[in-house]
Design a protein around this ligand. Structure first.
Ligand code: AP5
Ligand code: ZN
Length: 213
């Protein structure tokens, strides 16, 4: 299947992705993860993206469209993919349509992680991640066995630089102003499933499974 996950910061996109990926054998393309890797490696892309990311603003459409264009052509993504955090503007959605039309494919489903803004600060400020695997923890909702350590590898966990209450405000503003119109764009195509993203992770997973069956 070819899926898009849309939702505000902390709505659970990254948490649900590995589960859907395992079940449907898709490739997981998360533009935020790819950009953070580029920033850490100080590549030309990373250097260009860093300032906007630190402020909680969107990186330019050209940069992210370029990343996705390259990634979805890969052989491993031919059977399907999960787009996590892309498209985030209507321009990005239109470019994606062009790419897929060229391939003779289309989006099967857009999962809308609907949730109230008020819940998100606690989710974001409590998050710890293990970048090599993408595993995500939360001090209250999904604590690791040992504080600051990944359960599986024993490697250290980190907190994201943009996971502060202050930067979250700009990220939410960008979501409402630039990304919500993308939901309307796909609503018109009739491919959106609305999730109750405030529920516990397992319940969200079963809502996703139902909408994909
Ligand atoms: P990105 O990395 O995409 O960040 P985001 O959209 O802000 O989303 P998050 O990763 O914060 O949230 P999530 O939904 O994945 O939450 P998670 O599952 O981890 O983007 C970062 C930046 O990159 C952007 O600001 C922008 O600058 C740039 N960028 C990326 N893509 C771009 C694009 N297309 N165009 C332009 N710029 C782009 O969950 C959060 C926490 O809550 C975790 O601790 C988790 O354990 C916990 N949790 C999850 N689900 C539940 C639940 N059901 N109940 C309780 N706790 C839960
Ligand atoms: Zn994420």
């Amino acid at each position: 299947k070819r899926l898009i996950l849309i939702g505000p910061p902390g709505s659970g996109k990254g948490t649900q992705s590995p589960i859907i990926k395992d079940e449907y054998c898709l490739c997981h393309l998360a533009t935020g993860d790819m950009l953070r890797a580029a920033v850490a490696a100080k590549t030309p892309l990373g250097v260009k993206a860093k300032e906007a990311m630190d402020k909680g603003e969107l990186v330019s459409d050209d940069l992210v469209v370029g990343i996705i264009d390259e990634a979805i052509k890969k052989p491993s993504c031919q059977k399907g993919f999960i787009l996590d955090g892309f498209p985030r503007t209507v321009v990005q959605a239109e470019k994606l349509d062009e790419m897929l039309t060229k391939q003779g494919t289309k989006i099967d489903k857009v999962l809308n992680f609907a949730i109230d803004d008020a819940i998100l600060e606690e989710r974001i400020t409590g998050r710890w991640i293990h970048p090599p695997s993408g595993r995500t923890y939360h001090t209250k909702y999904a604590p690791p066995k040992v504080l600051g350590i990944d359960d599986v590898s024993g490697e250290p966990l980190i907190q994201r630089k943009d996971d502060t209450a202050e930067v979250l405000k700009s990220r939410l503003e960008a979501f409402h102003r630039q990304t919500e119109p993308v939901i309307d764009y796909y609503n018109k195509k009739g491919v959106v499933s609305q999730l109750h993203a405030e529920k516990p992770p397992k319940e969200v997973t079963s809502e996703i499974q139902k909408s994909l069956s």
